[in-house]
Design a protein around this ligand. Structure first.
Ligand code: SF4
Ligand code: SF4
Ligand code: SF4
Length: 572
């Protein structure tokens, strides 16, 4: 430990800490803008400057190591003046669009301008002028609102290992973008949206589809059904003023009904269906010498990543579509037939924690029903905006239940929302199908939690199955390198593109950090514990679906509607 003085307080911090850490220990909130804990400490914005006795100039506290005996002042006139000047300079090259900006009210630049009482901008002159990048169905880049903090680039490189973003050009022309200022749509970007989650301003956002959904809801010729991903019930509360980790499944259903959806269904129904298909696919590969390890395919950001970077490993992927797409295909065939509605009149909306799902819904393969299987994909944030626009008092809504049959699900489906959940759900079903008896302990705890790569062994009456779980594309890459080199001897692997799994998806409320991820995960497992059924193969609506329509898992109709193929994409 080292001891230093910050604003007159003696503080002790571990060696290797920064002055910013020491100030935090002293209970002082030094402002930051480019800094992002554990990801981006580059000292480029200079908002966190402090005075250190004996130093010739002000120092950026986020990159200055704390030293024994150091005396730091965080709010002298020189420090305050420097911070104000920095903010005024940033704002002098920033559009005045707060009234129309998606991040208004949740923008770190706006909050700092308010905190420092910036009312006039002294510096008037040249301004950067960029065109928006609307090339991708998932993410929109507005470089005019970019403050060059590099958080997006750092998360993309260090956490996701994708390196889709870099500084291009110099001076006023500087732009954080794909190489050669290319569009997102033609880059190696996985569309995971982790860059959107960390952007302090409105420079990165999802492609908004709320207008498409409002239009469909107002169209009397449309039968509008909505499906909600498991992770959304553990996070939509944050969009409506509730604390992270609020479990609000019933209020979510009530709000969607109030918005006017004809049927409120659950992606969890399709998650149970996924387990039926993927579980049997695993058993079939295990027993018939198929390609192992089998790797899960629910996460479209992960799918795009493997298509770009590891096309040689594509045969390891499960051929199962994601639950979102299975739902769309079933809604426009089985459900349409059951209720006697022409599928052309059914409009399927997904509420997802994910930006990559918008891309997935547009993949040409996703038309198995003969129509676009999923018509519009909203992120949790977009649904939050719709609920607020409609003036719904979310917190005081009486909980309501999902509509049958596509709203019926199990605890195995809800844990799809957290890293390790798909694996645990699959193990619950695979164990019972292979062993042909009920298993007592269905909590596969070793695959839970935020450790980057988790491993476990499951004994199926003498046959030991080795499984692994990775979340975040950097961890996925580490695992794939071990598979490529022949070091890994797993039989079954779950990979999710986003840190924490879907609860940390790129479409989730901002902020999303590890503390918040843990709270959302706790809500997910709590929901699982409270479900009357906790194994996918016991879902009665899924059993009906097989009996009435699909036949059996991996049967011809399943193959036609629920399975897909993948293809290599350009690496550069
Ligand atoms: S990014 Fe922030 S400061 Fe800029 S226009 Fe949007 S809300 Fe205003
Ligand atoms: S969406 Fe993901 S892969 Fe693409 S630039 Fe952002 S962080 Fe990188
Ligand atoms: S896009 Fe956002 S996160 Fe990336 S450098 Fe610009 S302001 Fe920072």
């Amino acid at each position: 430990m080292i001891t230093l003085t910050v604003d007159g307080h003696k503080v002790q911090v571990p060696r290797g800490s920064t002055v910013l850490d020491a100030a935090k220990t002293a209970g002082i909130d030094v402002p930051t803008l480019c800094y992002l804990k554990d990801v981006n400490a580059v000292g480029v914005c200079r908002v966190c400057v402090v005075e250190i006795e004996g130093a010739k100039s002000l120092q950026a506290s986020c990159v200055t190591p704390a030293a024994e005996g150091m005396v730091v002042h965080t709010s002298t006139p020189a420090v305050r003046e420097a911070r104000r000047t920095v903010l005024e300079l940033i704002i002098s090259n920033h559009p005045f669009e707060c009234l129309t900006c998606e991040r208004s009210g949740n923008c770190e630049l706006q909050a700092l301008a308010d905190r420092f009482g910036i009312r006039d901008i002294e510096y008037q002159g040249e301004r950067a002028q960029f065109t928006l990048d609307t090339s991708s169905p998932s993410i929109v880049r507005d470089p005019n609102k970019c403050i060059l903090c590099r958080r997006c680039m750092s998360v993309c490189q260090k956490v996701q290992s994708v390196f889709a973003l870099a500084p291009n050009d110099r001076g006023f022309a500087t732009m954080i973008a794909p190489a050669f200022s290319d569009e997102v749509a033609s880059a190696v970007c996985s569309l995971c949206g982790q860059c959107v989650l960390v952007c302090p301003t409105g420079a990165l956002k999802e492609r908004d589809q709320t207008e498409d959904v409002w239009e469909a809801l107002a169209d009397p010729s449309k039968h509008v059904v909505v499906q909600t991903a498991p992770a959304v019930r553990a996070s939509i509360g944050e969009e409506c003023g509730l604390p992270p980790g609020s479990r609000v499944t019933g209020q979510l259903v009530a709000a969607l009904r109030q918005l006017g959806f004809d049927m409120v269904f659950d992606t969890q129904f399709a998650a149970d269906l996924t387990i039926m298909e993927e579980g049997h696919e695993f058993i079939s590969r295990l027993q018939n010498g198929g390609k192992l390890p089998l790797i899960t395919s629910c996460s479209p950001g992960w799918i795009k990543f493997i298509e770009h970077f590891y096309p040689d490993l594509l045969p390891h992927l499960s051929t199962c579509k994601s639950p979102q797409q299975m739902f769309g295909a079933i809604a426009k065939t089985y459900y349409a037939e059951k209720v006697g509605i022409d599928p052309k009149d059914i409009f399927v909306v997904s509420v997802m924690p994910c930006t990559a799902k918008k891309f997935e819904a547009r993949r040409p393969e996703m038309t198995a029903s003969g129509y676009t299987d999923v018509d519009a994909v909203l992120t949790t944030r977009e649904l939050g905006r719709m609920i607020r626009e409609a003036g719904i008092d979310f917190a005081s809504l009486a909980p309501e239940a999902y509509d049958p049959p596509l709203g019926i699900s199990t605890g195995a489906a809800v844990i799809f929302g957290a890293t390790g959940g798909v694996m645990e759900a699959a193990l619950r079903t695979v164990s019972e199908v292979v062993l042909d008896r009920e298993i007592e302990n269905i909590d596969f705890v070793p695959v839970r939690g935020l450790e980057g790569i988790k491993e476990a062994e499951v004994n199926l009456d003498g046959q030991v199955v080795k499984v692994a779980v990775a979340h975040g594309l950097g961890n996925a890459r580490r695992l794939l390198e071990r598979i490529r080199s022949g070091e890994a001897d797993y039989q079954f692997i779950e990979i999710m593109a986003c840190p924490g799994g879907c609860i940390g998806g790129g479409g989730q409320p901002i902020p999303t950090n590890d503390e918040i991820r843990m709270k959302r995960i706790a809500a997910i497992y709590d929901e699982d514990r409270h479900m009357p059924l906790r194994k996918s193969h016991l879902n009665p609506a899924v059993q009906d679906l097989y009996r009435e329509f699909l036949g059996k898992p991996l049967g011809p109709r399943s193959h036609e509607l629920l399975h897909t193929h993948y293809h290599a994409r350009a690496r550069f």
